[in-house]
Each structure stands twice: as C-alpha cells, then as structure tokens.
Design a protein around this ligand. Structure first.
Ligand code: NIG
Ligand code: FE
Length: 409
C-alpha cells in the first residue's frame, strides 16, 4: 500500500534527533512545497516538489496549503476510566481543593469504585471511543495508565483493556502500571499492606502476562512518600519495568530526585520545580514532562517551563487525560495552554509533543519526526497560514486528516 502526499505547503519536523533540549527547541526544521510517500505503513521517502520522481501510488492526497507533521505523541494519560466526575468539578468551583476532595474519599477512590463496578468489555468500548476522539485531534502515539483498579483483579482488568487497545488501534500504545495511585479505603490504616500487595501479588502477575511497559507511582505528600516510591520503583525494576512517575504536582516532595535516582524515563507534572530539581534533571536522561492542561483545569500554579528550557533541558508536554484533573486529551488545546500560560513558543510546544513525547515513551526511533523508515503516523492540517496558527486558533481542531500506519484514517 503506497500513499503519495503532494504539494505540501511545509513538511515539518524533518530531523534525526532523538530528543530536543534547551534553545534547540526553538526550531522546527521544515521543507516547503514538498511531497511524501508512505509505503506499507512507513515513511518511504520525501523531498521537494520540483525534484519529485515519477511515482505510482495506490492513493494520492493533494495537500496544497496544508502542513504535514508527525502525529502528536501523548506520553501521559489515564484514558481508561469508567465514568466522569463533574460533581467534583463543581465542588472545586465552590471552594474545595483537589486534595480535600481526595481526603473525603472522592477523586481517585471515586473513580476506583466506578471502575470496579464496570465490566472489562464496557471499559474497553468506552476507552476505544475516547481513543478515537484523540486520534481525530492528531494523536498517533499514546501512553495509558492503570491506577483506578487499586486491587489485583481490577488493575489487571485495566491493563488488559490497554492491551486490547494496543492490539486493535492503529496508534502506538505504551502501558504503565499505576496501582500506587492512591491507598484504597480498606488499607487507609495499613498502608504497608497495600505496598506489599502491589509488590508481592500484583507486580508478578502484571509481569507474567506482560501487561505493562512502565512502573508509575503518584509520589506526593499524602499519597506515596519518597521512601515508599523508591521501594516500589526498585520492585518494578526487578521485573524490567522502568519508572515513569507522577512527581512534584502539589509539593516539593523530592519526587523528581527519586525518579532521576532510579533512572526514570520521565518525571511528570512538575508544578513544583526549583533549583534542586533542575540540578537533578541535568546530567540525567530523565525527561521533564509537563501537564499544563491539568494545572489549567484544577486552577493551580503552572509548571515553570521557561526555567527548565532555559537551563538547557528538554521539556515534554502531555495531556494527562483523566476524569478528575483533566477530562480532555485534546492536544491542540494543550498546545495553546503551553503557549499562553507556560510562555512556550509554538515551536517549543510542538517539539515537546512530537519528538520529546516520543522519547518519553521510548519511541524516538519510530515516531516524533519525519524520517525515512519511521512509522507513517502523520497529521495533515487544514489550510493554515503558519505553524503558530495551530496554538493560536484555540478551541478548534487544526487536523484535516490523520495518516495512521500509512493510511488515511
Ligand atoms: O495525573 N495526580 C494523580 N493522578 C492524576 C489524577 C487522577 C484523578 O484525579 O483521577 C493526575 O492528575
Ligand atoms: Fe496523571
């Protein structure tokens, strides 16, 4: 199957770099007036229109006036969940905080109760619908977490749903095991027993079925403290699960340093980042992943993206799609928030959600830039005037067509 896209206004993110850091994030290398050929799901070749060889294809697409870029790589989501939580949204408007709602048994525990009452098939159908929604907004690779089960059976149920999505959807999917998301009510007075349950019962089963790529922990005061996080990460490593953790959302908790110490692929959230966190990230391979749409929706402080980029570090953006702190996986809207609130330039934001997002899922050799041999997961925009128009035109979908595995989706 060959798909030939011609007359592309600009073919963007032409690069063989595996992650982009610091001031290099300012640039998106583009070729104007270009063509691209996808063959059997991969990027076969591309070039300038004036030098296009004569070619046969099964399908042709005239992209006059349109930009083509790699699909978004959304490296942090909780897309598998059982139902919405708008009552908590209203409670927050009336003055309750996210932490207060969690202490009262809402939040993650609320989602866990609903997920436990939902069948695997129903969960799969709901999640597939959400996946199709974000695909239509340009997402072509996505990480999805467990963490609303909070017992062995329901955590496995969530991970099996993610596996079914992996098997059936044309996007790349990575799974993270996040049983350490909150303490279930029955374990409130015996936290040690829940940690033991995760390490001694859940992890071996998850590993045995090969259900997860990563180990995640909500490292936060009042959730899993640093010492507990470190034990869980060490246990995950024994089964080959690399860490990708929630850190420093609500406090300067030491979570970033713990993630770096345990060679985390990424540390995510990062509302609370000071000099010690920056120093820890420097010299490490751990990606700093910012989730500003969650900060937007909770009305909490934003992540200091400028400080991190200006320190020469790479920054990744991800949606955090989940029913509590960010009930949206809309990446174009996330880009607008990153630009207006974090003061990232459109180029920095696009680097953060393409190649750096791929790196945060260890997909940098297969996704995130336009390179021969990479998977042909691409966005063809509507007719737009520039790349900056994507975050500028907020609330609207810049995507005209998604190409997934070399096919118009
Ligand atoms: O990434 N911070 C922890 N976990 C999720 C929210 C989970 C929820 O509220 O359901 C997050 O924001
Ligand atoms: Fe999250």
């Amino acid at each position: 199957m060959r798909l030939l896209i011609t007359n592309i206004k600009a073919l963007c993110q032409l690069s063989d770099r595996k992650r982009i850091a610091g001031s290099d994030m300012q640039a998106i290398p583009c070729q104007e007036n270009a063509w691209l050929l996808a063959e059997d799901g991969l990027i076969h070749s591309f070039g300038k229109m004036e030098n296009m060889p004569e070619m046969y294809a099964d399908e042709y697409y005239d992209a006059s006036g349109r930009y083509v870029l790699p699909s978004w790589c959304d490296s942090h989501t909780h897309l598998v969940f059982a139902s919405s939580r708008e009552q908590e949204f209203v409670d927050r408007i009336r003055g309750l905080s996210y932490e207060e709602i969690a202490r009262r048994g809402g939040g993650i525990l609320n989602s866990a109760q609903r997920l436990n009452a939902t069948s695997e098939d129903e969960l799969y159908e709901q999640s597939l619908r959400r996946l199709h929604e974000v695909m239509a907004q340009g997402t072509g690779a996505i990480e999805i977490k467990s963490g609303y089960g909070l017992n062995t059976e329901a955590e496995l149920k969530m991970l099996r749903v993610i596996r079914r999505l992996k098997e059936n959807a044309p996007v790349a999917i990575k799974a993270s095991f996040l049983a350490a998301h909150a303490y279930p009510i029955d374990y409130k007075e015996n936290k040690e027993a829940y940690i033991k349950l995760i390490i001694d019962e859940m992890l071996p089963k998850v590993a045995d079925e090969g259900l997860a790529d990563y180990m995640d922990v909500f490292c936060e005061k009042g959730f899993f403290e640093v010492a507990e996080t470190e034990r869980l990460l060490e246990a995950g490593w024994k089964y080959g699960l690399k860490p990708k953790i929630h850190a420093n959302q609500l406090h300067y908790s030491g979570g970033v340093q713990a993630g770096v110490k345990h060679n985390a692929v990424s540390v995510d959230h990062l509302e609370c980042v000071g000099d010690a966190e920056i120093a820890a990230l420097k010299g490490s391979n751990t990606m700093a992943t910012l989730l500003p749409a969650a900060a937007f929706f909770l009305g909490i402080q934003y992540q200091p993206a400028r400080k991190i980029i200006d320190a020469g570090l790479p920054v990744c953006l991800a949606s955090d799609y989940n029913p509590g702190s960010c009930p949206s996986g809309n990446v174009p809207l996330l880009l607008t928030i990153a630009c207006t609130q974090l003061k990232m330039t459109p180029e920095e934001a696009i680097n953060a959600i393409t190649i750096n997002g791929a790196a945060a899922m260890e997909l940098e050799n297969d996704m995130g830039t336009i390179e021969k041999g990479k998977t042909a997961n691409l966005i063809i925009t509507r007719k737009i005037t520039s790349l900056a128009y994507i975050p500028y035109d907020f609330g609207n979908n810049p995507v005209e067509k998604c190409i997934l595995k070399g096919k118009i989706a």
